[in-house]
Design a protein around this ligand. Sequence first.
Ligand code: ZN
Length: 502
Amino acid sequence: METNYTQLKTRLIEVNDIQAAAGLLHWDQSTYMPPGGAAARARQSATLRRLAHEKFTDPAIGKLLDDLIPYQQSLDYSSDEASLIRLTRRQYERAIKIPSEFLAEVATHTSESFQVWTEARPANDFERVRPYLEKTLEYSRQSANFFPGYDHIADPLIEPREYGMKAVDVKRVFAELREQLVPIASAITSQSPADDSCLHKIYPEEKQLAFGLDVATRFGYDLNRGRSDKTHHPFMTKFSLGDVRITTRSKEDSLGEAMFCTMHETGHALYEQGIRGDFEGTPLARGTSAGVHESQSRLWENIVGRSKGFWKCFYPQLQQIFPNQLNDVSLDTFHRAINKVERSLIRTEADEVTYNLHVMLRFDFELALLEGEMEIKDLPKAWRERFESDFGIVPPDDKDGVLQDVHWYYNLIGGGFQGYTLGNILGAQFYSTALETHPEIPNEIENGEFQTLHNWLIENVYQHGSKFTAPEIIERATGKSMTIEPYMKYLRTKYGELYSLD
Ligand code: ZN
């Protein structure tokens, strides 16, 4: 039995190594690669992805998994060995149901679609991408139909990101959240918006980046196992537990940009760096779901990084770095500026309160498209109508409406957006549980100390990697299943003070 287990692990590590090489190619492409490398790089990445898929779907892995059934049954559910076998079987059974020709076809299609989108968006030309998007919807439906027996057609598309959660669960949580969120958003946005002009002076890039990285290391980001580089669309990537990288971007006339991008990606990186070292190279060595991953970026960026307590410690330092820009700006003014709430067009620039409404709009449209209740050609109009009813403003064009997010243009439709809002909800749930055990955390944050919080998260969330599913991790860490209560309480308290709500 143990020989079979060792053999399985060896094969999985080989698959991981190919994936890590593909990840490194992608990191390079997004940071330092000259534009001339693009065509060959796309081919090289496709080759590596194909090799990894072939290696993982090798029937020999299926055979090893079958042979390991008695061994698995003899083990405790939460043992590392049983967990690795269980996770691998789940991923294997999913992978073998999707033909590799289909994957290759979709990859070719989405790379064309992405290319067309990069030109159609600035030209505000939805008609140009429409045929591609129609094809994408077809592929998305086809992809779901490799898994017959679903309750909702979106379920198989949600599954790889949020195992244990179905469309109906997301719908329920979103409906509950929406009901409580809309009145708060309206109460805030009916007041005059906070003055954030202090963020839009000129802030030299190098100093911004250095400050962001300093905060990241204070949070606990280990630069012996990480680094930070510039890119257009920031992301975190991991090649091994000893090499977890973040990327960021900056704008000279927008102080929040680099700072909060860096905090956000640091949250993702802390999760990966916190995984148990002996999981290295196996499928256990990554965050368990998109929602839980996003909970960590949101927790560090928003709950910690946009809190008054954090800035009590860090604002004097920031003022020292930018004395001409900030010396006459009070802590209160600065804190209000970084927490400005407004009705805005762009999801990625939205504040904590209205952000979720952007996500819900997209999620609802994805379901309607997959269900066949809505057609691609109706999207721009539907977008404007829904946007007006949710936000009270009409997008002036498609560029900042239906064309704004890359997701549908380089990936399938379904499963890509809900993780952001689940992350907001879960970030607050984990944080409030950490505070129950360690009420001293807010005081520590005011002193620039993050170790108690970081350790609690390592202990209860990070170290386990993918050993447990998201619902299992949430239950184990917080003693409850996912609930919006801590998140709503967080929003009410914080924004109640900032905007004097009743
Ligand atoms: Zn993120």
